[in-house]
Design a protein around this ligand. Structure first.
Ligand code: 26Q
Length: 777
């Protein structure tokens, strides 16, 4: 495999001339991006075609996901092709700095962890030569862009990500399929995105569906009435893939969401059936021999009844079709929280997808007959997770503790009936984007030590362990300092705030949710602030607390937390008494690209959800891999992180799952508030005017101390874990003073991060669920 960089440069120039009539130097970053993208697409086309053709006759896996949080593709694609540095060099010779492409916006067709996981999996499968294709939706608007107004409130703006074109996909109109609803039929038009493997010729495909109206012809109607009706039809079709639902970890039962899910399901399956027939003929009874489908949560679970429907339309009987579906599908669960499990009212389902709801009813009758006590439908509500466990080969959780909770608790009755179906697949992250690309300095340092291309075999990081000595620690600390300097520039530019790279960088970056407890972090910062002011906290190393998070636009409490943190930040950052010790920054519009700047600069990784709530987390892995210590609870993948890297190299605090369960029935948050004067004082800042107060903050205050009609006080146990958290946080802060000892902990974490490569995860899916093998042409 070798790509001719000079050709890519020439093609880029030609594209610029042809498309925009500008030279390399005249081109805007957007024009340059489009032209370079097009040139790269030309360069890879032979390999892409060959990859597709070799895969035709083989057994393959398909990843069905409503979300792909891909991030910015231009650098990662050049990186995976192994030509990023050379292309930078070539452009530099032409007087063009490829750093200008930092302006290009992310492909943000996902919310958070679940969407980013899909993207990491695709990268890993392509890099490991595994035959995995992705199917998803091409939302016209991705995840909203976030700014803060002068009150500190989140303001959302539409993410018009294709405004300057989308060079990284081909519209394949010839593979368009029709999807039927009772009142209209829409076209699902596929856009193919290449998934370029790292260190291999293999290129996989992500196929994203975009809805369009069937009858463009009507636009030629002479009659004005017809024209308007045609426009209505056009909007009605395009509405379906107009926007990504900006929720994360909460479930919203919306009609349009059913339509999205059905389009994803039906279009993808029709496409697979077409390819199946080409490769294997018309006998569909062997469908499951060639194809495995992974459902990324229940969002695409309508694929189950839809496959049964399609197979029956081809002449199979229900039992046969059921059996094929059962062999084909497997389901990954990403949450233990009841409110996030999808449950569709049957009448709503029937009005949007009547045939699907009929088949779900049939499946419900079958399970009630064959497995008394289990159900899909209860009180006229269809439980999509139940459907996915029943009509599937395997169900898995995404970290050991999470998979255990699924068996013990969430799906207890199902585990009793189908114990062999339950598996664990601990999440992972692609080390290409999350180390090689975002932290070339650390990558170089590691490769100087252990040699070879460890990004393809991350387990080799353990070879570092015996090499950790004073010199390596000094080198690591120097790299960390450099990454902090770089981040300071980015933050100065984006937020207008000047930070000092000699501070500790304490980072909490993730979606804003009550269970993730950003408010706990904020309260501890307020407490520290008061202690610094009254002089009771003396041995404190200067620290900047960094937040990055988007809130679902309708999530009032989450938005109140953002506002509160911004107000705290303003107070602290403007207080000369503490300015040489304490800063708080909530960056705007946290996304993949911002993460690529923040994560390499972090010293401390805040992973502070109450035990038993975060299914896995993946940011925790990215931060570990970049040499941050974890300040966290025994939750999600944190448990496995400290198992790998050692308790002594991380800062673990708080109640365990067992302890929380034991405390539950007699939990009295206000009792803790009454007996902890410092916590009392910190919580009071929500309402006492220390910072501007509003009704939503008052509501937050009461939710912590008094509860609501639907929840006990302090549902996420902030007060329960508070003192233990603060002590761990202050201990980490003190430990930082010994730069050798602290740097050693960071390196121990890096050396133990091998397990968390998504290459490992994807191999486990391939072997234990999909039964597919790597192949190369
Ligand atoms: C559902 C219905 C209607 C509207 C929105 C949704 C919806 C969308 C996204 C529900 C949930 C999500 C996202 C969930 C998610 O990101 N879960 C995270 O998945 C990660 C990958 O496995 C885990 O690491 C995280 O712990 C988990 O929170």
């Amino acid at each position: 495999m070798s790509y001719n960089c000079l050709n890519i440069l020439k093609w880029t120039e030609a594209q610029l001339k042809y498309q925009h009539d500008v030279s390399l130097k005249q081109a805007t970053p957007q024009e340059l991006h489009e032209a370079l993208g097009t040139a790269v697409m030309m360069a890879i086309s032979d390999n892409w075609n060959k990859s597709r053709k070799t895969r035709m006759p083989e057994r393959k896996a398909y990843y069905f996901s409503a979300e792909y949080l891909i991030g910015r593709l231009v650098y990662s694609n050049l990186y995976n092709l192994g030509i990023l540095d050379e292309m930078k060099e070539l452009f530099a010779q032409q007087g063009v700095d490829l750093a200008c492409l930092e302006e290009i916006e992310d492909d943000a067709l996902g919310n958070g962890g679940l969407g980013r996981l899909s993207a990491c999996f695709l990268d890993s499968a392509a890099s490991c030569n595994l035959p995995l294709s992705g199917y998803g939706l091409r939302y016209r608007f991705g995840l909203f862009k976030q700014t803060f107004d002068s009150n500190g409130s989140q303001v959302e703006a539409a993410d018009d990500w294709t405004k300057f074109g989308d060079p990284w996909s081909y519209r394949r109109y010839n593979h368009t399929v029709k999807v039927h609803f009772p009142d209209h039929t829409v076209l699902a038009v596929p856009y193919d995105v290449p998934v370029i493997g790292y260190g291999t010729n293999n290129i996989n495909t992500l196929r994203l569906w975009q809805c369009e109206a069937e009858s463009e012809l009507d636009f030629n109607a002479f009659n004005n009435q017809d024209y308007l009706r045609a426009l209505d039809q056009k909007n009605k079709a395009e509405d379906i893939t107009r926007v990504l639902y900006p929720n994360d970890s909460t479930w919203e039962g919306k009609r349009l969401r059913i339509k999205q899910q059905y389009v994803l399901s039906s279009a993808s399956l029709q496409d697979m059936l077409r390819v199946y027939k080409l490769a294997h003929g018309d006998d569909l009874s062997h469908f499951a021999d060639y194809y495995a489908i992974q459902l990324n949560d229940t969002h695409p679970a309508m694929s189950i009844p839809e496959l049964i429907r399609l197979l029956m339309a081809e002449g199979m009987d229900f039992e046969q079709a059921f059996s094929v579906a059962q062999k084909t599908f497997s389901y990954t669960n990403h949450t233990v929280m009841g409110e996030a499990l999808e449950k569709w009212p049957l009448d709503l389902l029937r009005s949007v997808v009547p045939e699907i709801s009929d088949i779900i009813c049939r499946i419900d009758e079958k399970i009630r007959r064959e497995h008394p006590g289990l159900f899909i439908i209860q009180n006229d509500i269809a439980h999509m997770a139940n459907l996915s466990i029943y009509v599937g080969s395997y169900i898995n959780g995404v970290a050991e503790i999470h998979s255990q909770i699924l068996k013990d608790d969430v799906f207890r009755d199902w585990y009793k009936e189908f114990p062999d179906r339950f598996q664990n697949k601990t999440n992972g992250i692609t080390p290409r984007r999350w180390l090689g690309l975002c932290n070339p300095e650390l990558t170089q340092l590691i490769s100087d030590k252990i040699g070879g291309d460890f990004l393809k075999d991350l387990g080799r990081l353990s070879e570092l362990k015996p090499m950790i000595d004073d010199e390596l620690v000094n080198q690591f600390n120097a790299v960390k300092h450099q990454k902090k300097e770089q981040l300071c520039k980015v933050i100065a530019q984006h937020e207008g705030i000047q930070l000092n790279p000699d501070f500790i960088f304490d980072v909490q970056v993730k979606r804003l949710h009550e269970y993730k407890r950003q408010l706990l972090n904020a309260l501890s910062i307020v407490d520290i602030y008061f202690r610094l002011k009254d002089g009771s906290l003396t041995d404190f190393h200067p620290t900047v607390y960094l937040f990055g998070a988007k809130s679902a636009p309708g999530y009032i409490r989450a938005k109140a937390i953002i506002r509160y943190i911004n107000r705290i930040a303003k107070m602290i950052n403007n207080d000369p008494d503490v300015n040489d010790k304490l800063k708080v920054v909530f960056v705007q519009n946290y996304n993949c690209s911002y993460a690529e700047h923040i994560i390499p600069a972090a010293d401390i990784s805040e992973q502070i959800s109450p035990a038993g709530t975060e299914a896995s987390g993946t940011g925790n892995m990215k931060l570990m891999l970049n040499g941050a210590v974890t300040l966290g609870t025994m939750d999600g993948a944190n448990v496995e992180i400290v198992k790998e890297a050692g308790m002594e190299n991380n800062y673990i605090f708080g109640a365990t799952v067992e302890q929380i369960n034991a405390a539950k029935s007699s939990y009295y948050a206000r009792g803790i508030y009454d007996t902890n004067p410092r916590l009392h004082r910190a919580i009071d800042t929500l309402v006492d005017g220390t910072v501007p107060c509003d009704n939503d903050q008052i509501e937050l205050y009461h939710a912590l101390l008094d509860g609501t009609s639907w929840h006990m006080a302090d549902h996420y146990y902030l007060l329960l874990d508070y003192e233990s958290y603060l002590q761990a946080k202050l201990r980490a802060n003190r430990d930082y003073a010994d730069r050798q000892a602290f740097g050693r902990k960071c390196l121990e974490n890096i050396a133990s991060a091998g397990k968390f490569s998504s290459d490992r995860t994807i191999h486990q899916y391939a072997e234990e669920i999909w039964h597919i093998k790597p192949t190369q042409y």
